[in-house]
Ligand binder design. Structure first.
Ligand code: SAH
Length: 340
């Protein structure tokens, strides 16, 4: 078991079980996340006997870094996991802070037609420590503090629900990495039962829904998951979430040329979202050589934006960060595999 996969509560239980005081958990957390040591031996206020026990029961390894690509305000990292699988994380320097886009699975089974990550089917879920490690390593390499985390890398967070929730607990813990809940965003393609489970937990973290289409006809064509959980069910789960959580929700909408970017789509979208405390994030599509979808021209994106605005929908256009460093999800990994 890797120590970076343990919540503070897990460690408290552990120490109680081995007959030690549970406050030791806070001491260990302090060494891991505040002082950032790399070995148990460095935990000098923990007695020898306990250190030996920790060494016996836990590993303290982080991920290997294979490649870093630096752009102007964007940095991309390719990691190797202990079993040789590869995943990515992307750091974006915004004026409000540093945001890290974290992967949650090796590959993805959701099968969205425009997405590079999904070309590799899911190999396995990431363990909690593998997600925590992405943050620790990037902070170490860049010598910065990450202020925001978005679960928008490779994988579907709600298809790895338990590990992802543990990850959130660890990074949100004041004794851990201490990233505020409102600075953490979970993004899902719309797995309805998990949206409902998440609703019940009443967490303060942000929820984003990858909508990408205003109706079933278009959504079925580009997102396989819509055949399992059609738009109507997703929207019902969203309305229930908003009722119970009094939070805002974000809808991500990738602009795909001649697929979902027409005036009539904008109007239909405005209608769909009318009255919800939500906002729409229009995403300029990051083209990839393997997939035939093209990006919508800037003018047309702004036209779509204007229609939503006129219809009183809160809307922003996502800043384009990644194209210079192949930042569309999964691109770095697949380029690497192809020897580029
Ligand atoms: N599976 C989750 C989270 C990972 S994808 C989800 O679907 O939300 C994170 C976001 O990036 C999603 O909105 C996804 O649709 C989007 N995305 C995928 N490929 C992209 C590309 N080539 N360009 C721009 N956004 C992309």
């Amino acid at each position: 078991m890797n120590i970076y996969g343990k919540t503070l509560k897990d460690l408290e239980t552990y120490f109680t079980l081995i007959g030690e005081k549970k406050f030791k958990a806070i001491q260990v957390y302090d060494w891991l996340y505040k002082k950032r040591v790399n070995s148990f031996d460095e935990m000098t206020n923990v007695k020898k006997l306990v250190i030996e026990k920790l060494k016996e029961d836990f590993s303290i390894n982080k991920l290997n870094i294979l490649k870093v690509q630096n752009g102007k305000n964007v940095h991309k990292y390719l990691f190797e996991l202990e079993d040789g699988n590869k995943i990515e994380a992307v750091l974006m320097n915004h004026d409000y802070g540093n945001s890290l886009c974290v992967s949650t699975q090796v590959g993805c089974n959701m099968g969205c037609g425009f997405c590079e990550s999904g070309r590799l089917k899911k190999v396995r879920n990431l363990e909690t420590y593998e997600m925590v490690s992405q943050i620790l390593i990037v902070e170490e390499i860049q010598k910065i503090r990450i202020s925001h985390v978005v679960l928008m890398g490779i994988g579907e967070p709600f298809d790895n629900y338990d590990n992802v929730m543990k990850f959130i607990d660890i990074i949100n813990d004041d004794h851990g990495i201490a990233i505020g809940a409102r600075h953490i965003t979970v993004s899902t393609c719309g797995i309805v039962p998990k949206i409902r489970e998440f609703t019940k937990e009443k967490r303060q973290v942000n929820l984003a829904i990858s909508l990408h289409a205003p109706n079933d006809e278009i959504r079925n064509k580009i997102m396989k998951i819509n055949k399992v959980y059609p738009l109507k069910e997703v929207m019902k789960a969203v309305r229930d979430y908003l009722k119970e959580n009094h939070r805002k929700i974000t809808f991500e909408y990738i602009m795909l040329k001649d697929v979902n970017d027409g005036d009539e789509c904008a109007l239909e979208l405005a209608n769909l979202l009318k009255g919800l405390t939500a906002y729409v994030n229009l995403i300029p599509y990051n083209e990839t050589s393997h997939i035939e979808f093209k990006k919508t021209d800037r003018d047309k994106i702004m036209r779509f934006y204007d229609i939503l605005k006129k219809n009183k929908i809160n809307v922003t256009v996502r800043k384009e960060f990644g194209s210079e460093v192949s930042a569309a999800c999964g691109q770095l990994r697949s380029n690497f595999e192809e020897g580029k």
